[in-house]
Ligand binder design. Structure first.
Ligand SMILES: *Cc1c(COP(=O)(O)O)cnc(C)c1O
Length: 350
């Protein structure tokens, strides 16, 4: 693989204690081009702006997909990833849905590993630190004809991250029944760039009314809970953990999958089924709703302190010992090599 190194690392200029999420990038990036019906050898080059035609498909028709994963460093200095094959397969699935030629598994892993080894100093050990890894593919044929791009660019950029929401910080959410994130037969189950653009406006309305996020409901009836921002939703009703099934409209989150596996392993009663808004309101009123949290790579587990529906607010009756804490600890301990890995999720980069 061709590697052009930056002459002098920028790492000395970075204040790692004070890192707004996703704003600082490491020294290098991966780039591979799809030209003449095949992917070229990936290259590693210094992180920076690059040239692209103003007519590129991505600007006009949004042919773009991405992944979000994290790298960690343990006490011995090993570079670790969490379930990277799952991320690779999901990128391929997203690409296929957007009519983008998927990058093959070997290209993905080879370039990712080289990049992490080259920029390893940017991965700070310790449980509150990680390196957010953002692989993505854009259609870049220079033509504004409405048709799939014939050329594409695959890239990986990396951004050092501190714990996304502060430890134990809870968020307030509002249930949205006017907008829809995803539809049956649509692209809600893949990481298509346009899904996120479509969320900004409704989410901003929620933020302006004092909430951090909104909860999406099903596009057909708006009576069922689907996701919250870029997190899958999990509830505890009595002793039972409940999460909606993945579908065309609900993204198959790797954190959600991990939570389900841990719940089964720990003997936590689990139901994967549709969750009605009326059910969680009732649970809040009668005390059976014990926990609500979102799960996703960025935050791992994010407790929701309060949800609002039709101008009333409701809370869960959090016990002292929560399932949320169990999942967060098990997952982050596995990620940082602080616990055994009975499920084979940890991947050592070497
Ligand atoms: C990425 C994402 C998630 C979480 O998936 P993870 O694999 O756990 O990071 C959930 N919902 C949506 C809409 C997402 O884009």
């Amino acid at each position: 693989m061709q590697i052009s190194k930056l002459n002098k690392s920028r790492i000395g200029e970075i204040d790692f204690q004070n890192l707004p999420f996703g704003t600082v990038f490491t020294d290098h990036m991966v780039i591979a081009r799809y030209r003449d019906d095949s992917w070229s050898e990936p290259q590693i080059i210094p992180y920076g702006d690059f040239k692209i035609s103003p007519a590129a498909n991505v600007f006009h028709y949004g042919q773009a997909v991405f992944e979000g994963m994290k790298a960690y460093k343990d006490g011995q200095g090993q570079i670790l990833l969490f379930r990277p094959m799952d991320h690779c397969l999901r990128l391929q699935k997203s690409a296929q849905r957007l009519n983008i030629p998927p990058v093959d598994t070997e290209l993905f892993f080879k370039s990712l590993k080289e990049l992490l080894k080259l920029d390893h100093q940017w991965i700070i050990p310790g449980k509150e630190n990680s390196l957010y890894v953002r692989p993505f593919i854009i259609g870049d044929s220079p033509k504004i004809q409405v048709s799939p791009s014939k050329t594409h660019t695959f890239m990986i950029i990396c951004s050092p991250a501190r714990s996304y929401f502060e430890e134990n910080q809870q968020i307030r959410v509002i249930i949205n029944t006017n907008h829809s994130r995803a539809a049956i037969g649509g692209v809600g189950n893949v990481k298509a760039a346009g899904n996120y653009a479509a969320q900004f406006y409704p989410t901003n309305i929620a933020v302006e009314s004092g909430y951090q996020q909104l909860i999406w409901t099903d596009a057909t009836t708006h009576r069922y809970i689907e996701e919250s921002g870029t997190m899958n939703m999990v509830f505890r009703i009595g002793e039972t953990l409940v999460t909606p099934p993945v579908s065309d409209r609900i993204l198959d989150g790797i954190t959600r999958r991990s939570v389900i596996t841990i719940a089964k392993n720990q003997g936590i009663p689990l139901e994967i089924r549709a969750v009605k808004i009326s059910e969680i309101i009732e649970g809040s009123l009668n005390g059976s709703l014990k926990e609500i949290f979102g799960v996703g790579t960025a935050v791992v587990v994010c407790p929701i302190s309060e949800f609002s529906f039709e101008n009333k607010t409701y809370t869960a009756h959090w016990p002292r010992k929560t399932y949320a804490q169990v999942f967060k600890k098990m997952i982050t301990d596995i990620q940082h090599n602080l616990a055994n890995d009975p499920f084979g999720w940890r991947y050592v980069v070497n």
